[in-house]
Design a protein around this ligand. Structure first.
Ligand SMILES: [Cu+2]
Length: 447
């Protein structure tokens, strides 16, 4: 008897425990749903590193302002390189849509361009290994501090997010207006509310009809009695002549609503332009000869040291001496601080958290003469590898790393090259000296 009581008590406590836990979960869910909590960013770090380091490389991105009033415009502009060593696991950028990353409609997108072509629709014809310019004109809508990114949505690969900068929208939300005069001269005070009542009326109207139709059948005995009737072969009892009349009346009502609604709408708006569903074709930019070719001999990621070390051979294809100024991957910029031209290239609007503090250490940093092939090391060390959750490239089935290297010649002119290669992890604190005898298999896919 006591055992039985004990068992009951255990059950009771377990049940009450589960109930408390589930109530807490529900309560926290409700709190999260209804109480606005501060959001630090919106998940760009969750994207797999192979996407962030080997697909769309955004560069020269600028934000026209860090703070705008509601209803004022901000321009995010820059360039992106579609990486040549595009991962096999992501679809090629055959069909893309240029967008912005921000938490909801806190800013509205007024204009967008790829290579100067209006990109309000999806764009086709983009090729890997090419550079494109982009421009987004946004308008402040909801006051607050928002992380604003350019985003390229690649069909089959998902949203590929560019660098984000904090933009403050000041003033009141009521300051935001979106007035418009249509082609036919109709003046719309605010697009935010235009036509909303009409859409609600149609939704509500059809909802009422659907509800009446459901109630008509639900008021009668339902599943089991009806199943029994069909078992006995008396389907004729299920639908009465009144049902037939109601059904016919409903059909006529819906048809009349559709026909009269259509006629009235066409009379009120004789000239209508449908939503544009075609694609924009972006011309392929001309080939730009690579100023310097980079061969990755070996690349290793020192896990405790948070350092990517690459052993490379750089060949200068230009007729002027060049130096390595910057290594950029996954929006992180490792600047060679010993090169003034590289330091000067940082736009004041560029987010500081994406600039690696220690910068880029170049093993042999003297100018590379025209035609010279130089063996050197590139050392990109920063806690940002961990903070940006980039080290999971070590657990990928395709452990490769890619990025852009910027060179500057003696006249301060900038050139850009792609760098990519297999990367191996090193787990010892000291790290291993970068081997010059790289196993062939590591370099099998080095371009
Ligand atoms: Cu963000």
């Amino acid at each position: 008897m006591r055992r039985l009581v004990n068992r009951w008590l255990v059950c009771l406590f377990t049940a009450s425990g589960l109930f408390t836990a589930s109530s807490l979960l529900t309560a926290s869910g409700l709190v999260a749903a209804f109480v606005p909590l501060p959001v630090a960013a919106h998940g760009e770090r969750a994207t797999e590193p192979y996407i962030r380091t080997r697909t769309v490389h955004w560069y020269d991105v600028t934000w026209s302002s860090g703070s705008i009033a509601a209803n004022d415009e901000i321009t995010v502009a820059g360039k992106f390189r579609l990486f040549s060593d595009w991962p096999d696991a992501a679809s090629l950028p055959d069909l893309v849509f240029l967008s912005n990353g921000s938490p909801g409609a806190v800013l509205t997108r007024v204009e967008s361009y790829i290579s100067g072509i209006p990109a309000r629709q999806s764009a086709r014809g983009l090729k890997t290994g090419k550079d494109y310019t982009f421009k987004l004109v946004m308008k402040g809508r909801v006051p607050g501090k928002w992380h604003l990114h350019p985003v390229l949505n690649v069909h089959g690969a998902g949203a590929i997010v560019g660098p984000g900068a904090w933009v403050e929208v000041t003033g009141k939300q009521s300051d935001y207006k979106e007035p418009l005069t249509t082609m036919t001269g109709v003046k719309i005070d605010d697009l935010q509310t235009y036509g909303v009542a009409r859409a609600q009326m149609w939704h509500f109207g059809y909802g009422v009809l659907a509800l009446l139709w459901l109630l008509w059948w639900l008021r009668r005995p339902l599943i089991i009695p009806r199943w029994l009737v069909t078992q006995k072969g008396r389907e004729d009892l299920l639908i009465t002549s009144t049902d037939d009349k109601v059904a016919a009346a409903l059909l006529v009502t819906v048809l009349l609503v559709v026909i009269i609604g259509y006629k009235q709408t066409v009379e009120e708006f004789p000239n209508v332009v449908p939503l544009q569903a075609g694609f924009v074709k972006v011309p392929v930019p001309p080939n730009v000869p690579e100023a310097a070719s980079i061969e990755v001999k070996n690349a290793e990621y020192d896990v405790p040291g948070r350092s990517l070390r690459m052993d490379v051979v750089i060949t200068n294809n230009t007729d002027r001496p060049i130096r390595v100024g910057e290594f950029m991957t996954a929006q992180l910029r490792f600047i060679n601080k010993d090169l003034p031209a590289a330091v000067e290239s940082i736009d004041p609007s560029f987010p500081k958290d994406l600039l690696a503090g220690a910068g880029l250490k170049v093993g042999s940093d003297s100018p590379i003469a025209p035609g010279e092939s130089r063996s050197t090391t590139l050392d990109a060390t920063d806690a940002a590898w961990e903070v940006e959750r980039l080290v999971s490239f070590l657990s990928n089935v395709d452990s490769r790393v890619g990025g852009l290297v910027f060179f500057y010649n003696d006249q301060g002119e900038r050139h850009m090259s792609e760098i990519s290669g297999a990367v191996v992890p090193v787990f010892t604190q000291l790290g291993s000296k970068v081997s010059t005898k790289a196993p062939e298999i590591l370099n099998a896919r080095v371009d």
